[in-house]
Ligand binder design. Sequence first.
Ligand code: UFG
Length: 325
Amino acid sequence: MDILVVGGAGYIGSHMVKSLLAADHAVTTFDNLSKGYRDAVVGGKFIEGDLASREQLDRLFETCAFDAVMHFASFIEVGESVRAPARYYRNNFSNTQNLLDAMIEHEVGHFIFSSTAAIFGEPRYTPIDEDHPRQPINPYGKSKYMVEQMLEDYDRAYGLRSVSLRYFNAAGADIDGELGERHVPETHLIPLVLQAASGRREAISVFGADYDTPDGTCVRDYIHVQDLCDAHLLALEHLRASGNSSQFNLGNGQGFSVRQVIDRAREVTGREISMNAERRRDGDPAVLVADAEKARRELGWQPGVSSLDNIIETAWNWERSFFLQ
Ligand code: UFG
């Protein structure tokens, strides 16, 4: 198939481009390089461009009759979204609407959207299934949920078929060591812990040790980026086969606390990792764990490489080979 990957120069998008090429799809990456890196796009065609420009989008869709679009281009920092909501509604919502409108005009009918566990807000229960109430508590989560709602309406009115994949905590790096996480600034736990292990950072800050969890630190469901890519390939097949729009929660179904992650990282790396106890970070729920049964049942998805050790090993490999060369 001919697949357009929007945001294919970013963390998850770049892994997706590689997976699609390995599965013999033809890939075009469209990215404005505001957060991504040209050298992270390992193959296919690359077009530098911006979703804010409807003109550029029209030109893009004239280059090729794409079978489907995957959309990874969004801002992801919860704290920043609270301070600068306009950036989030503009980029994550309005620009996505530009993309969808261009797709409809050019008769591209299949869309796979990178959604997030942040659409659920403060969990009422865990593990979180697809029926859990969706009450996002920050502009990041709201902007993503607004897109999910727009997709429902666009399906009804224009016949645009979509799959929204709600990632829990995406982590890990390419198994071959070619790609990995390069966020600036980095805010995610695992890469920061590994920076502390490699010496690029003095210590890891632990945000809160007084949560209602077994060791007092927050529990998250870490899912390997490669397993997320596999879910996208299956979502593509689902759209081609049944054509029904749907939403899926993607996680491992198993939670690990911040302290457990640090302990495993000490084992895997064999390095000292200093910790600083700090106060809670605003907006962090105590526990976020996915019930991914629907994805298993309906997509046949089976996370295969998401053990915590494998996540840490692949991310550690990347930290050493990319940043410490
Ligand atoms: N944490 C620390 N110290 C750090 C960084 C993080 O203790 O230096 C803790 C956090 O407080 C949290 C856990 O580690 O308890 C995981 O934090 P991350 O920042 O790695 O990820 P989040 O759980 O905040 O992820 C959330 C949503 C995702 C969303 C992401 C946006 O669950 O859906 O924010 O980046 F995509």
